[in-house]
Design a protein around this ligand. Sequence first.
Ligand code: SAH
Length: 353
Amino acid sequence: MNAPTALDDRPLLGRSQSELETWVTEHHQPAYRGRQLHQWLYQKGVRSLQQITVFPQKWRDDLNHIPLGRSHIEQRLEAKDGTVKYLLRLGDDQIIETVGIPTARRLTVCVSSQVGCPMACDFCATGKGGFSRNLAPHEIIDQVLTVQEDFQQRVSHVVFMGMGEPLLNLENVLAALTSINRDVGIGQRHLTVSTVGIPQQIRRLARYDLQITLAVSLHASNQDLRCQLIPSAQHYPLDTLLADCRYYVEQTGRRISFEYTVLAGVNDQPHHAQELAHHLRGFQSHVNLIPYNPIADAPYARPHGQDIEAFLGELEDYGLTASIRRSRGLDRQAACGQLRQDAQRAVQTHDPT
Ligand code: SAH
């Protein structure tokens, strides 16, 4: 007789309906229980198998040790404009940030892809806090479900603009994107991955030929300035990054969204607009101007409204498509990584050691 094969008891979140059907069959249940499990996991958003009331009580008790892969809401902060920022506690007690952003017809979730971030961009709070680890697919999917549940409303869009650099965690990010699309039911065109640019990875991503939006955090119009703001840019010349972006557009037929955090007096002068236009002319792209959200320990200032408008006007005069991103939830420390930075400070302040 064959030795029994070990049952797969990894977190259930991230598995497709057919994988769940296989899983329940291995647990000696009929396949239709897999379809029920899929619905309760992704549509009803249960946090434990005990909550799946259509399952026999005895089986639920037997399965008590099986992790679904859900996090715990450690803190929830709501801004005046309805934006909600969450600190989520993971299975190993690490803390990540997620933001729910409601607008007229949308509910957007800003997800983290790593605990912390190793890129150390000079104006980013997450970068100041160091790096711990990559997130697993279920930890990314959970963020979407958490916001969906809390708002009691279907999430329509997901952006990977929380903590971390998604292209340093490409495999898990791709698995999460697949499940968010297939299982949670959000269209690929409503999913955005934002990257500061990692050598080779934009080309790798291009080959998957996805219909997601790629956002590239540019922030500077020349290599020298970019290296000042983004240490990793030293190893990824602007020309190479832009060549990889062109390759991405050719492969996928999708335009690229260039993120440009505007730092008063640093990257918003007329010659910066001219340089940017020189690089992006004839490129299927969109420039998203993000007014800098002030953080502790960074020598930058938020630009005045009229200065950002002027910079936008210059870009448009050069024929670029550009817009200004309205800051959401500023009163709740909505800049990337800020809430966690504050929480860490609070812990450090109260920690007697
Ligand atoms: N690592 C990825 C995704 C996370 S950051 C990336 O760099 O794209 C998401 C976006 O927020 C990036 O464009 C980043 O530059 C921007 N950002 C970070 N800190 C900011 C701040 N203090 N003010 C404004 N934008 C910020």
